[in-house]
Write a protein of this length. Sequence first.
Lengths: 118, 118
Amino acid sequence: MATQPPSAETDDDTEVKQRNADVCNVVGAIEEMGAKWKLIVLNDLRDGEKRFNELKRSTGASSYTLSRVLDDLEEQRFIENRKEFESPVASYYTLTEKGGTLCPVFDAIDEWGEDWLE
Amino acid sequence: MATQPPSAETDDDTEVKQRNADVCNVVGAIEEMGAKWKLIVLNDLRDGEKRFNELKRSTGASSYTLSRVLDDLEEQRFIENRKEFESPVASYYTLTEKGGTLCPVFDAIDEWGEDWLE
DNA sequence: CGGCATCCTTGGAGATACTG
DNA sequence: CAGTATCTCCAAGGATGCCG
C-alpha cells in the first residue's frame, strides 16, 4: 500500500475529500469489481488455490458464468491461473498480490455480516 | 431481491443459497446490498443527510432507479426518510444505525481504491 | 476436467412524460 | 421537489451441448 509521506502533509483541506460520484474511490472500486460474482469468487479464493470445478461448486456459478468471471479477474490481475496438462487437465486459480489486498475489504464485510446477518 | 414477484415456484434453489451462505457471510452480505446502486447511494449518505435530487445528482442515478433503490434500502432499514410537507416538498434521507455500521466496509473499500485505482 | 458456443430468459436501468 | 408510470434496450446469467 502506497503510504503517503507522513510529514509532507500538504495543506489540502482534507475536508474537501471529494466524495463526488465521479471521483470517489468507493464508486471506482465498486465499478472495478462490480459484479457480485466477482466478489463471490474472489472471496472464495481467500481460502487459497482452487480449481475450476471446485469454484463452480462452492460459488454455485454456472461454468459459463464462472469462466467469464475468471477471465475478467485474470485480466484485471486479481487472480492467476496455473494449468497442469496431465492425465485429466487441471486448472488452478489463486489470488495475486493485488487480489490479496482486497482481504481487508472482505474482512470488513465479513465482520459486518456477523453482526447483521441472519 | 427486495421486490419479490409472486413466483408460484417452489424455492428449490434455497439449497444452493444456503450452501453459499454457509461458506461465509460475505456472500450473505453481498446479497444483502447486492446492487451497485445500493452501495453507491449508501456511500453517498455517509456525508450525512441528503435529499432526493441531491442524491440524484451526486449518484447519477435516474429518478426511477434512485426511487426504487431508496425504497429498498429503507425497507432493509439501512436508511431513513424524513419528509417536510411545506411549500415545496422536501424529502431527506439518512443512514440508520444499521446503515452506519457499513462505514468500516466503505472505509476498507475506499482505502483499497486509494492504493489501486489509477 | 475445464472450458467455449449457442440459445434464451430475466431484470436492471435509462429516457421520457406526468402528477401532487 | 419528489416521486410514479411506461416503454424500451441491453447485459447478466442459466441451461444445454460439444470438445480437447
